[in-house]
Ligand binder design. Structure first.
Ligand SMILES: [Zn+2]
Length: 113
């Protein structure tokens, strides 16, 4: 008979999964690559055209939330650029937020009779 080796239980990692019903943003295929803040997918300055389209759709009903979301990323980008000694792009505000402010908020919803 061979005694079954029952060593000390190894600490199992406990994955913490986000609750499925939380208001999570959809995973994007166009996330920013830090600290360069270029799109991981298409390599364009983030947010790229595709990501902007996604964000407009995700935040269609809450433009203020979109601007807050973008502002948080703008702050992160400035931190990254300063921390890594990268030249800060001259129009970061326009790149991160200007397009969302300029974009017409109206959607097809307001066109209904
Ligand atoms: Zn992209």
């Amino acid at each position: 008979m061979t005694p079954v080796a029952d060593g000390p239980a190894s600490p199992a990692p406990t994955p913490t999964e986000p609750p499925s019903d939380a208001a999570q943003h959809n995973p994007t295929t166009h996330p920013p690559s830090r600290p360069s803040w270029r799109c991981e997918n298409c390599g364009k300055p983030w947010p790229c055209e595709q990501r902007r389209e996604e964000l407009l759709a995700e935040f269609r009903r809450d433009r203020l939330a979109l601007l807050l979301y973008l502002a948080a990323h703008l702050v992160d980008a400035v931190d990254d650029f300063q921390e890594h000694g990268t030249d800060v792009a001259p129009d970061l505000y326009g790149r991160f937020m200007g397009w969302a402010r300029r974009h017409p908020a109206g959607t097809a919803d307001s066109d209904r009779p």
